[in-house]
Design a protein around this ligand. Structure first.
Ligand code: AMP
Length: 125
């Protein structure tokens, strides 16, 4: 069920539980501000989720309220992870579903990194 990205942060969401160590994840990368792990239901040979450690509902929330340090760390991490996964030569896609029209399901900001094969059209028509 897509979420309303304007709602207040709900710390019972599944990524908050992963951040607290209550649920496992298949970790790819971690620093002071960022955690990244493999998507549980991959849509491409490489499908990684990158999340800020701070409590941000969505891209809208993070871009408005994240600190400069958090935003810089997040953007740097997405690029580094893609490089470290060997995705740059053949290309990759970065996607952040935000709110209902985009079908965002987990109300903690996450960026998807897809790669490992041609990814098809940007949107279904
Ligand atoms: P979105 O539709 O953009 O909100 O994407 C949510 C993503 O989270 C989906 O691709 C799910 O497969 C993924 N997901 C849900 N639960 C987990 C989990 N426990 N570990 C890893 N990925 C998850």
């Amino acid at each position: 069920m897509p979420i309303d990205a304007t709602l207040p942060y709900d710390d019972t969401n599944i990524f908050a539980r992963i951040l607290r160590g209550e649920l496992p994840c298949n970790k790819v990368y971690e620093d002071d501000h960022v955690l990244a792990f493999h998507d549980i239901n991959p849509a491409a040979p490489t499908h990684i989720l990158v999340i800020p450690k701070g409590a941000y509902v969505s891209w809208d929330d993070f871009s408005a309220n994240g600190s400069e340090a958090e935003i810089a760390a997040f953007v740097r991490a997405v690029g580094k992870i893609a490089r470290d996964e060997g995705l740059v030569d053949h290309g990759y896609r970065v996607l952040a579903n935000t709110g209902g029209n985009a079908g965002q399901e987990v109300p903690h900001l996450h960026v998807h990194i897809f790669g490992g094969q041609p990814l098809g059209p940007m949107l279904s028509r």
